[in-house]
Every structure is written in structure tokens, then in C-alpha cells.
Ligand binder design. Structure first.
Ligand SMILES: NC(=O)c1ccc[n+]([C@@H]2O[C@H](COP(=O)([O-])OP(=O)(O)OC[C@H]3O[C@@H](n4cnc5c(N)ncnc54)[C@H](O)[C@@H]3O)[C@@H](O)[C@H]2O)c1
Length: 256
């Protein structure tokens, strides 16, 4: 689609103030979309407000994705007053790397609540609005939801749930003209990874990722944009696309 054709398209990006969501915001704006950023109030959202001050193609909402009422109100506000909703990228999420013995039920519940229930709530509200008109939802799973990696009992379980949620929503919503897919990133250099990956994690990923490097947020954003664009991916739904430098497909790796 050309920049001009995307002018009438409005996408909600949760977690749009940091990392993968931030890169997706920048790419979609560059391609002519209107973008509604849903993120927690804080430094990243403040900085993003400043960055796009005066840009009428950006809408800001301080929203916790687990707050069903607020999410419902803000999705309606975007659709009624900013631009008719045509897509959603569910990029909000949190992570932890803790051995199963060190993972409390509180932490487990919190990660499931934000990563899974939050994705479900925003996806459902967006789908209600886009129903019958057409639209695309992109969730963010992870290679940690496809393979068992150390320390990922809560995070990995949440991302495994995203895989199934994506498949089920794709089935339930197909008759309403909506597509639902997920991207499963490998290690991507973002503030989340800076906070969670130790040097030893980084060394391990370099060993196990055939491309021998971390990915960049832009390299996830471009796949999200592909999945949001009906002209590019109009017959793709219920799919989980790993964007991981070859991690998932790898067997023996010849690494010195
Ligand atoms: N970076 C990676 O290596 C990697 C790999 C696989 C999957 N992912 C997933 O990609 C997504 C984005 O991660 P990132 O690396 O860009 O992280 P990030 O920390 O840079 O960005 C996440 C954003 O989500 C927001 N957020 C967190 N909780 C929220 C809530 N309750 N309501 C609204 N917003 C909330 C944060 O404020 C932040 O702006 C996450 O779902 C993450 O699990 C990341």
C-alpha cells in the first residue's frame, strides 16, 4: 500500500512508547498510517509525547492493558474520534528470568495478567470495533513460548498462551473479516532485554542463534507491518512467524 492509501488506516499499538512497539510506531507513521499509542504513564510515554508533539497522526493514551474499562473507553475514543480502527499491534509486555523455585505465584499471575489477559482484552475490544469492516491483529509471542528456555516458567507460559490465543482468535474472528497473527521474536535489543539479559544470557544467545547476533526492533516492526497490511498478508491468519535469526529452526551449530 502507498503512503497515501494508508492515510485512512488507524492502528493501535500497545507498548508503543518503547522497544518493539516504539519501532513499529515509527515505521507505520513513515508509511502514512495514523497510530494510537497505548502505554503506561511514565518516562517512555512522556518522551514519546514530546517526540511527536504537534503530529496529528499520533494519539496518546495512558492505559494499563489489564484495565478492561479503560481499554474499552480508549479503544472507542480512538475509533470514534481519531480514526476508524483498522488494526492492532499488541506489543505491551513484561518479562522475568527466574528459576522455577524463585518464581512466586504473584509474579506468575502478574506476567500472565499483563502478557496474556492484557493482549486478550485489547484484542477483544479492537475486534468488536473492527468486526464486519475488516482488520488485522498482531500479537507478540516469543521463542520462549515455542521452546523451553531456562528461567521462563512464567514468561514462557505467557507466550505459549499467546500462541494458542492467536490461533483461537483467528478462528473465531475469521467470519467477521478479521485476521489474527503473532510474531515470535528471538532476542531483540530493547530496554526489556537490557533489564533482563545478563552477559551470560547474551553469550548463550550468540551461541544458539545461527545468525550470531541479537535482532533490532526495526526487524520485528517490519514483520508486524507486513501482517497488518491486507495487501501484503491478506490470506495469512492464525500464523506464528518466528523472527529469530534462525534460533527455532536450528540443529547443530558450528560455533567456535
Ligand atoms: N525484546 C525481546 O527480546 C523480545 C523477545 C520476544 C518477545 N518480546 C515481546 O515483545 C513485546 C515488546 O517488548 P520490548 O522488548 O519492546 O519491551 P519494552 O520493555 O521495551 O516495551 C514494552 C512496553 O510495554 C509497556 N507495558 C508494560 N506493561 C504494560 C501494561 N500493563 N499496560 C500498557 N503498557 C505496558 C511498557 O511500558 C513498555 O513501553 C513484549 O510482549 C515482549 O515480551 C520481546
Amino acid at each position: 500500500m502507498s503512503e497515501k492509501e494508508n492515510k485512512n488506516k488507524t492502528i493501535i499499538i500497545t507498548g508503543g512508547a518503547s522497544g518493539i512497539g516504539q519501532a513499529t510506531t515509527a515505521l507505520l507513521l513513515e508509511r502514512g498510517y495514523r497510530v494510537a499509542i497505548f502505554d503506561l504513564e511514565g518516562d517512555a510515554l512522556q518522551a514519546t509525547r514530546k517526540q511527536y508533539a504537534g503530529n496529528g497522526d499520533v494519539f496518546f493514551a495512558a492505559v494499563d492493558v489489564t484495565n478492561e474499562t479503560l481499554v474499552g473507553d480508549m479503544v472507542a475514543d480512538v475509533d470514534d474520534n481519531f480514526g476508524e480502527l483498522t488494526g492492532l499491534a499488541n506489543c505491551a509486555g513484561i518479562a522475568a528470568d527466574k528459576h522455577v523455585f524463585d518464581t512466586s505465584p504473584e509474579l506468575f499471575r502478574k506476567i500472565l495478567d499483563i502478557n496474556v489477559v492484557g493482549t486478550f482484552i485489547v484484542g477483544k475490544e479492537a475486534a468488536r470495533r473492527m468486526k464486519g469492516r475488516g482488520g488485522s491483529i498482531v500479537n507478540i509471542a516469543s521463542i520462549s513460548g515455542l521452546r523451553g528456555s531456562k528461567g521462563r516458567s512464567a514468561y514462557g507460559a505467557s507466550k505459549g498462551a499467546i500462541v494458542t490465543l492467536t490461533q483461537v482468535m483467528a478462528v473465531d474472528l475469521a467470519e467477521h473479516g478479521l485476521r489474527v497473527n503473532a510474531v515470535a521474536p528471538g532476542p531483540i535489543d530493547t530496554p526489556m532485554v537490557e533489564a533482563v539479559h545478563t552477559q551470560s544470557d547474551r553469550d548463550l544467545y550468540h551461541r544458539y542463534v545461527p545468525m550470531n547476533r541479537y535482532g533490532k526492533p526495526d526487524e520485528i516492526a517490519s514483520v508486524i507491518a507486513f501482517l497488518l497490511d491486507d495487501s501484503q498478508s491478506g490470506y495469512v491468519t492464525g500464523e506464528i512467524i518466528a523472527v529469530d535469526g534462525g534460533y527455532r529452526g536450528a540443529g547443530l551449530i558450528n560455533r567456535k
